[in-house]
Design a protein around this ligand. Structure first.
Ligand code: B12
Length: 214
């Protein structure tokens, strides 16, 4: 079953095999969203569990993350192309997404970004370890409606608060919907920092964007 093979390839950190399988998904017109959710994400979740339990070591985690990225790039790019070819110009909105300053965790952010793209949003991914000014400059440049910030460390989640404060200081707060997420964050944290929304998973993040732009 290709979904199990995708999961195993991510867990093995085998980027080549992930690429082969993702191309197979496209060639055989299988559902790419399912391949991401039931294959790639399952693999990285298992890696996270094993690492936390001390059963996996850092180099293997990194290889798994790289393999996942290769898969997301192949499936994500094809999803966008397919939409463009079908003349799908009725885009759902523009989103700038990134991981906050001081934080290099980008696996979850990449998944959220891929699922948003799959859902028809125009996604501008600024990468990881990015200051609040970079988020806002990009949003201004591309005319985004939503700014999405990911943080995986208790020491970097304050940057999400900083983002809201920075927008206020520039007189831009009402122009954007700010959504936040990542391991240590909660709905309570999002409410406390004055964000417009929080989501626990990539699917919920997509639903949240639909809701905010309705
Ligand atoms: C992989 C990993 C790494 C990799 C990152 C590789 C990469 N390219 O991302 C590496 C090995 C580099 C790493 C480094 C470190 N890590 Co680390 N890492 C993890 C690990 C195992 C998995 C994280 C992950 O990718 N999860 C899978 C993804 C899919 O889940 P996710 O990120 O939560 O994303 C989902 C949701 O949160 C949500 N979401 C995410 N972003 C957003 C954004 C928005 C807007 C929305 C709406 C939703 C949303 O949707 C996603 C998909 O469903 C976690 C432990 C764990 N089990 O979570 C530790 C963990 C996060 N790391 C931790 C630590 C301490 C570190 C280091 C400081 C270790 C060190 N001493 O060097 C460094 C930090 C370096 C830095 N400056 O950032 C701690 C954090 C503790 C804390 N509370 O602060 C954790 C929890 C491990 C632990 N139990 O101690 N890490």
């Amino acid at each position: 079953m290709i979904l199990d093979e995708l999961k195993a390839a991510v867990m093995d950190g085998d980027a080549e095999q992930v690429a082969v399988l993702c191309r197979k998904v496209l060639d055989e017109h299988l559902n790419p969203v399912e391949a991401v959710e039931q294959g790639l994400i399952k693999g990285i979740e298992e890696i996270g569990r094993l690492w936390t339990e001390g059963e996996m070591f850092l180099p293997d985690v990194m290889m798994g993350a790289d393999a996942l990225k290769v898969g997301l790039e192949i499936l994500g790019a094809e999803l966008s192309k397919a939409k463009a070819a079908a003349g799908d110009t009725d885009r759902r909105g523009r989103i700038v997404i990134g991981t906050v300053k001081g934080d290099i965790h980008d696996i979850g952010k990449n998944i959220v970004s891929a699922m948003m793209t799959a859902a028809g949003f125009d996604v501008f991914d600024i990468g990881y370890d990015q200051g609040v000014d970079v988020f806002v400059d990009k949003a201004e440049q591309v005319g985004a409606q939503i700014i999405a910030a990911s943080a995986l460390l208790t020491t970097t989640m304050d940057e999400q608060k900083e983002l809201v404060e920075y927008l206020k200081s520039k007189g831009l707060r009402s122009k954007y919907k700010v959504i936040i997420g990542g391991g240590p964050t909660t709905q309570g944290w999002a409410d406390g920092v004055g964000a417009d929304g929080w989501a626990e998973t990539a699917n919920e993040a997509v639903a949240l964007c639909h809701k905010l732009l309705d």
